[in-house]
Design a binder for this molecule. Structure first.
Ligand code: PLP
Length: 406
């Protein structure tokens, strides 16, 4: 697992955080593949589909038409209008141009929003399993993560009761991620309203609704927090992006809507660090948000078939592996407690999910990410974003390798 970097030449800020475990696993898998070994990576959080043709064409046209210069820091007028249109159309949320911003990935907005608002001593609540960057970003600002562990009985979701138990006078943010990475959890509008009721008693708390997986839903209905709890619209930052919805992770384009004072703070940080997101990617995002969305339903059908196949293979390995059917996103979060303490054919003890993932990579040729990285062990995360054939091979290899442990 990734450990803290302690080079004395580096600042104390760097020593507060750990490198991304998902990136580390993906790198190890790439290294093995470069050595000519058969490796299937189920470790990265991105679709294997190509960015749709009309989006690629819009970016090519933008380059050819000379849209290759700085834009305004928070995004072009065309992109801001497209973002405003998207929030209105899909979420019933009304924003003005000074309430939205485009950045280099949703990741940049999340970080800048935290940096713009947190002081040492402030607390930020989120659930485990969490997206690997949440705790590290909070630590970078000097504030403290407060991690709630709802567990599989609550479908890994925060309840009103657990939220009430975690809130203190120091709480500054609640980070909500639905559909969730890595759990695939989806909050209903009613569940969000129950959380909203609790938050009404805490006027200092801001809510970040990280909706980056919004359209990847198989069962149930997506609801964005500010839409479900309009009374808290004024203290909600709604985060989204084209990375997952339109297979555009490499384009690095995320966006958000929220209160004007907060967007202004985020923009100020962006203006003195990275300036505008790529002008070419912005043109692509305009086409993504304003253009046809029907292909997403087709992608979801293919993803659902993959999810169901992977679930069936893992079910054959019960009780060594246990996984519930996630209603959304493109991950399975697989419980592997029965394997902890077992030995490999060469006598090595599997002492943790980190050891198990190392073993699955080295002996099974499959890269998955240990639950430890997401704050809830012993589990591993499977991204089912490879071809049907590779997914079938990889899941069978995982099961065979787990059965070979003694
Ligand atoms: N939020 C969650 C929960 C994610 O899983 C990711 C990416 O993996 C992001 C935000 C960031 O997305 P991006 O920076 O690609 O827009």
């Amino acid at each position: 697992m990734s450990t803290v970097i302690t080079d004395p030449q580096l600042s104390s800020v760097v020593s507060r955080i750990r490198p991304s475990a998902t990136a580390a696993i993906a790198d190890a898998a790439r290294r093995m593949a470069a050595e000519g070994r058969s490796v299937i990576s189920l470790s990265t959080g991105e679709l294997d589909f190509d960015t749709p043709e009309h989006i690629q064409q819009a970016a090519i046209d933008a380059m050819r038409q000379g849209h290759t210069r700085y834009t305004s820091v928070s995004g072009t007028t065309a992109l801001k209008q497209a973002i405003i249109g998207k929030f209105q159309r899909d979420n019933g949320l009304g924003y003005t141009p000074d309430q939205v911003i485009a950045s280099t990935g949703a990741k940049q907005i999340i970080f800048n929003a935290l940096l713009a608002t947190l002081e040492p001593g402030d607390e930020v609540i989120f659930v485990a399993p969490y997206w690997v960057s949440y705790p590290e970003m909070v630590l970078l600002t000097g504030a403290s993560p407060v991690v709630v562990m709802p567990g599989p009985v609550d479908d890994f979701k925060l309840t009103a009761q657990s939220l009430a138990g975690a809130l203190t006078a120091n709480t500054r943010w609640l980070l909500l991620n639905s559909p969730g990475n890595p759990s695939g959890a989806l909050y209903s509008a009613e569940e969000l309203q129950a959380l909203g009721e609790v938050l009404k008693g805490y006027p200092r708390v801001l809510v970040m609704s990280d909706d980056i997986y919004e359209p990847i839903v198989f069962e149930g209905r997506f609801a964005s927090f500010a839409q479900a709890v309009p009374e808290l619209y004024d203290r909600t930052l709604t985060i989204n992006g084209v990375s997952k919805s339109h297979a555009m992770t490499g384009w690095r384009l995320g966006y958000a809507g929220g209160p004007q004072w907060l967007i202004k703070g985020i923009e100020l940080l962006q203006s003195q660090s990275t300036t505008n997101p790529s002008s070419i990617s912005q043109a692509g995002a305009v086409a993504a948000l304003n253009g046809p969305q029907d292909f997403i339903a087709y992608w979801c059908e293919r993803l659902r078939a993959r999810r169901d196949h992977a679930l069936a293979v893992f079910a054959s390995a019960r009780p060594l592996l246990n996984v519930a059917c996630p209603p959304a996103a493109f991950y399975l979060y697989v419980e592997c407690g029965a394997l902890i303490g077992k030995r490999t054919a060469t006598g090595e003890v599997i002492a943790s999910d980190v050891d198990l993932c190392r073993y699955l990579l080295e002996s099974g040729g499959v890269a998955v990410v240990p639950g430890t990285a997401f704050g809830l062990a012993p589990y591993f995360r499977v991204s089912y974003t490879v071809s049907d054939e590779d997914l079938a091979t990889a899941c069978q290899r995982i099961v065979d390798a787990c059965r070979a442990l003694v």
